[in-house]
Design a protein around this ligand. Structure first.
Ligand code: UT7
Length: 342
């Protein structure tokens, strides 16, 4: 048995924030942001939460497939910005949708989380443990952005995207490859809570050793942009090449590559290094910024709804980000995934 994607869904907050609005907050300009990243606007949660966006995206996927909530037996939510430590985003999605039979857990793998989630769901479906899974990438990064840091606050946005996967006799998900390098974790950090109890020294550096949270450290994103940029170019290339080898699909036969939406210049660099036409890479970061684990499934759903995906198309989904983590999934698209109610 294999797994295949049978529906997609996405949801983004109502509030759009333009580059001009950011230029009122920090010393930046529309020209700098567009030239250095390709981003023009992003959605920022005002009334929404990670779990409300995740549930809305998952519901659209479920509705697209025309399935009842009881048909789902696994929900995996990839996020680094859950609303709570517990209950998890996946359990909140379960409660909202009424997927009473589902086993639910969250997965933390930075911006690669969606690809990791597809790999886990694919493995569980192949093993026979489950038959239908929702994998949702959902983030409200705006809650951990330092809105005084122009080097990072212009980059991120909020949103969620989901796929519904089902057991199938032919492989829709053909291959998944992943990798991680914790030794370079310091390049992209969001510190967690410090150890705080009656026996801990409030001034000492705590959880996680050298890269752990200290009592004084705020839980906001910090990034060495140039190191992450260099890492990203190599990670995308590796992920495409390895997924292509494992799936037995030559790179020239990949119809679209859906990369994590971090920066147009990263994608330009990969296209030129791999001598691939730039149009093969789908980008929508101009509208949504970098939505971490949500960026790939939001892009996939947008492509699906725009009729850009056709039966038999080979798609490479490619994630990279904090951890460091990276990964690629080679997917053969099936027409049945392009159904929308109403
Ligand atoms: O999802 C996780 C994965 N994340 C990524 O993949 C991000 C990867 N990195 C990048 O996309 C890029 O490195 C950035 C977009 C973050 C930065 O672009 P860059 O071309 O690497 O710029 P830089 O950091 O080298 O900064 C160049 C200049 C600096 O000024 P000086 O030192 O040359 O005077 C910065 O202070 O640009 C300045 N700068 C800004 N200026 C206006 C940095 N941010 C801004 C800004 N507006 N928002």
């Amino acid at each position: 048995m294999f797994s295949t994607i049978i529906a997609t869904g996405s949801a983004v907050p109502q509030r759009e924030v333009t580059n001009a609005e950011l230029a009122q907050l920090v010393d930046t300009s529309d020209e700098w942001i567009v030239t250095r990243t390709g981003m023009s606007r992003r959605r920022i949660a005002v009334t929404e939460t990670t779990s409300s966006l995740a549930a809305a995206a998952a519901r659209r996927a479920l509705d697209g497939a025309g399935l009842s909530p009881d048909a789902v037996d696994l929900i995996v939510a990839a996020t680094v910005t859950p609303d709570n430590f517990t209950p998890t985003v996946s359990c909140q999605v379960q409660a909202t949708l009424g997927c009473a039979r589902a086993t639910c857990f969250d997965l933390w793998a930075g911006c690669s989380g969606f690809v990791y989630g597809v790999k886990v769901a694919d493995a569980m479906i192949r093993s026979g443990a489950v038959s239908r899974a929702i994998v949702v990438g959902a983030e409200t990064l705006s809650r951990v952005v330092d809105w005084t840091d122009r080097g990072t606050c212009v980059l991120f946005g909020d949103g969620a995207g989901a796929v519904l996967m089902e057991a199938s006799p032919a492989p829709g998900v053909m291959a998944c490859v992943t990798g991680s390098d914790g030794t370079r974790g310091g390049f992209l950090r969001i510190p967690g809570l410090p150890i705080r109890n009656p026996w801990a020294d409030a001034t000492s550096s705590t959880s996680g050793g050298a890269s752990g949270a200290s009592a004084a450290e705020p839980s906001v994103i910090s990034m060495d942009g140039q190191e992450v940029f260099r890492f990203a170019v190599g990670a995308i290339q590796w992920s495409i090449e390895e997924a292509s080898k494992l799936a037995g699909v030559p790179i020239g036969r990949i119809r679209r590559i859906v990369p994590h939406q971090a920066n147009n210049r990263i994608i330009d660099a990969v296209a030129s290094r791999m001598r691939l036409p730039r149009e093969v890479f789908y980008t929508n970061l101009q509208h949504y910024g970098n939505t971490s684990a949500a960026s790939i499934p939001i892009a996939l759903d947008e492509m699906n709804r725009q009729g850009l995906l056709h039966n038999g198309d080979h798609l490479a989904l490619v994630g990279f980000g904090g951890g460091l983590t990276w990964g690629g999934a080679m997917v053969r698209w099936t027409a049945s995934a392009t159904r929308f109610p109403g």
